[in-house]
Design a binder for this molecule. Structure first.
Ligand SMILES: *Cc1c(COP(=O)(O)O)cnc(C)c1O
Length: 390
């Protein structure tokens, strides 16, 4: 193997890719007479629903808000239980806590790292009010299996769709069904508005969610302030405040138009990494089920620790020493002190999640990263393996 030479420039994990069209769209909005929720937000909602076949859509200030509003829309409250996975970002569970309900954490399938449908039935009680799968890394969860169990028990499903914008399950886009489905447009996500989210689903549910997202008011600001609008409104619930601004929507509309190119580039990078790592006993590349198209939000490499003399944390230090930014998605819920202590959680309750955590590394993946940079990242990973194999 040729000797590895450390580059001078740092490769960031996931830089946002903002072009001149996005900048112009934002500036144009700032110069217009309407900067908060208004015509651009409505247009973004319509364009998103048209692109992914959503029955209805509601732009919000984050995916977290979308999940929170979804639970509130379904009336989840004190003493209720929501089944979700431990292998997720904290916000999936935090919003359950915000409504004084209990997250019931189940394990994941080893291949897809998404909710294992076989474990749902045993977790259902008379208090279960929702099931919340996460489409991890952009790979859709096994929705037909999850839906069949949910329907048999009359329990609604809320989809944490922070990752899978543009992903399909059995040919259907995530967000095309009636389940409340919450997308994220956070800075590192495939489509970004800096901060933002989109909630899709059944029109009747989205109507309730929309009211809850703006103080529980039955008329929004643009309806009141436009010519001919009435100043009158009524507060019909103690709602929240998590609407999207037209500044964000202007950015989102441009990004939405680029999603085919964004998908193609992310898939190219992921395929490249997997081709480079194929056949390396110390590395397990991501799995894509034949039923789905992943959005390739994350490239999660799994180390086969039996083959290596170093652990995951040291592996990351080696990557950092080679000027590569990586991340870990996620520190599972049962290891965070708040959840661990409150619910007395141990790794034994979610063994697959727990074992995975010590093996996972998310490699740089962004449309802003060049072919030369991904080649360097692959070289670096293989260099670390070569130096540290048993
Ligand atoms: C990013 C993320 C969220 C939260 O998204 P925000 O838009 O930042 O609120 C929720 N769940 C998962 C799995 C995420 O990765």
């Amino acid at each position: 193997m040729p000797t590895f030479k450390i580059r001078e420039d740092y490769i960031p994990f996931s830089p946002p890719s903002i072009g001149s069209e996005e900048i112009e769209a934002v500036v144009e909005t700032l110069k217009s007479d309407w900067i908060t929720t208004g015509p651009k937000t409505r247009k973004f909602e319509e364009a998103f629903a048209a692109a992914y076949g959503s029955p209805a859509s509601l732009a919000l200030n984050s995916c977290t808000a979308g999940l929170h509003i979804s639970l509130a829309t379904l009336g989840v409250g004190s003493g209720d239980e929501v089944i979700t996975v431990a292998h997720t970002f904290c916000s999936t569970c935090n919003v359950i806590e915000h409504l004084h309900a209990k997250p019931v954490l189940i394990d994941i399938e080893p291949q897809t790292m998404c909710m294992d449908p076989k474990l749902i039935e045993a977790a259902i009680t008379s208090k279960t009010k929702a099931i919340m799968p996460v489409h991890y890394a952009g790979h859709p969860a096994d929705m037909d299996a999850i839906q069949a169990i949910a329907d048999a028990h009359g329990i609604p499903v809320i989809e944490d769709a922070a990752h899978p914008v543009g992903a399909t399950y059995k040919g259907r886009f995530i967000g095309s069904g009636p389940n409340l489905t919450s997308f994220s447009f956070y800075a590192t996500k495939n489509l970004t508005t800096a901060e933002g989210g989109m909630l899709t689903g059944d029109p009747e549910l989205i109507k309730i969610a929309k009211e809850l997202s703006l103080h529980g008011m039955n008329r929004d600001a643009i309806t009141r302030y436009q010519k001919g609008g009435s100043w009158k409104y009524e507060v019909v619930s103690a709602g929240y405040k998590c609407n999207m601004t037209d500044i964000q929507a202007a950015l989102g509309l441009v990004q939405l138009g680029k999603m085919d190119a964004i998908y193609a580039r992310r898939k190219h990078i992921s395929d490249y990494y997997s081709a480079r790592f194929a056949g390396c006993a110390a590395l397990e590349t991501p799995y894509e089920s034949p039923d789905v198209r992943s959005s390739w939000h994350l490239y999660v490499l799994r180390l086969n620790l039996d083959e290596l003399r170093i652990g995951r944390d040291e592996f990351i230090e080696e990557l950092k020493a080679r000027n590569i930014g990586v991340s870990v998605h996620y520190i599972p819920i049962h290891l965070h002190p708040y959840y661990r202590d409150k619910y007395q959680l141990t790794g034994d309750t979610v063994p697959v999640t727990d074992a995975n955590f010590y093996r996972i590394i998310s490699l740089p993946l962004s449309t802003k990263i060049s072919d030369e940079e991904i080649a360097y990242v692959a070289d670096a990973v293989l260099d670390i393996v070569a130096l540290n194999s048993k």
